[in-house]
Design a binder for this molecule. Structure first.
Ligand code: C5J
Length: 225
C-alpha cells in the first residue's frame, strides 16, 4: 500500500516494499559516555537525543516489514582500507587505530565500534561496514538495495552533517529518494545539525526531504494523512 509521508519541502509518497530504513553509525564510541567522542571533549548527550526517535522508527519499520540497514564506520585492524588522508588527521593519540577508551579507535571488532545495544540489529537486517563517511563508498549497499528494488531511503543516525549528509548526497546521485528523519539525526554541533537539515530541503529539496520520526511512524502505521 502506498503511504503518504509529511515532509519538507513537500510531502511524498512511498511504497514500504521499496523503502529501506538506513541507520547511520549509531556506534558506542560516538554516543556512549566514556567513549571516543566524549574523550575528544564532545557533549555526547547531544547525540543521545536521536536514540529514542530511532527506536520508534526502527520498531515501526520492523512491524511494517521494511528493509533495515545499519551502518558502522570503521576500518580493518591493519588499516589497509584507511587512506593516508584520513589516517593523518587529528592528534596522534586520537587517530584512527590508536588506543581509545573502548578499544582501538574506529577499528572493526573493537567494543567502541559496536552499535548501541538499544538499537542492535536483529536477524535478517543488513549491517554495512563502511570505511568512509558515505554508506555507498566501498560497500555492497548499492548492490543490496538494487537487488531488493529499493527506491526510497529513510535515513537517520549520526552525525547529521557528516555521515548522514554524505550518505544522502550519495543516495540522491544514485537516484534514490532520500528522506532525513530530522529528530533521528544528531550532531555534536547543534548549529551544524540545524543547517545540515536546512541544506537538504533548500531550493525545493536540492538533494532530498526532511521528515520526523513521528511522521514516519504515522505513515508506516497506515495513518491517512
Ligand atoms: C560520522 C564522523 N558517523 N563524524 N562520523 O558522522 O566522523
Amino acid at each position: 500500500m502506498i503511504r503518504s509521508l509529511a515532509a519538507e519541502p513537500a510531502d511524498l509518497h512511498f511504497d514500504p516494499a521499496t523503502t529501506a530504513l538506513v541507520i547511520i553509525d549509531m556506534q558506542r564510541d560516538f554516543l556512549e559516555p566514556g567513549g571516543f567522542g566524549e574523550s575528544l571533549g564532545n557533549d555526547v548527550s547531544l547525540l543521545q537525543a536521536a536514540v529514542a526517535p530511532i527506536q520508534a522508527v526502527l520498531a515501526a519499520a520492523r512491524a511494517a516489514g521494511l528493509l533495515v540497514v545499519h551502518t558502522r564506520e570503521g576500518h580493518k585492524p591493519d588499516l589497509s582500507d584507511a587512506p593516508p588522508a584520513k589516517l593523518e588527521r587529528g592528534a596522534p593519540t586520537a587517530r584512527i587505530g590508536a588506543a581509545g577508551p573502548m578499544g582501538r579507535i574506529l577499528i572493526r571488532g573493537e567494543p567502541g565500534h559496536g552499535i548501541l545495544p538499544a538499537l542492535a540489529p536483529v536477524r535478517g537486517e543488513v549491517v554495512i561496514d563502511k570505511p568512509g563517511k558515505g554508506a555507498f563508498h566501498a560497500t555492497d549497499l548499492g548492490a543490496i538495495l538494487g537487488a531488493r528494488g529499493i527506491a526510497t531511503l529513510l535515513v537517520c543516525g549520526v552525525t547529521t552533517e557528516v555521515c548522514v549528509h554524505t550518505t544522502i548526497r550519495e543516495g540522491n546521485d544514485r537516484g534514490y529518494r532520500c528522506v532525513a528523519i530530522g529528530d533521528g539525526c544528531a550532531s555534536y554541533f547543534p548549529e551544524f545539525h540545524r543547517v545540515g537539515l536546512a541544506m537538504i530541503v533548500a531550493q525545493g529539496g536540492i538533494f532530498g526531504w526532511v521528515s520526523s520520526s513521528g511522521a514516519v511512524v504515522a505513515a508506516l502505521g497506515g495513518a491517512a494523512r
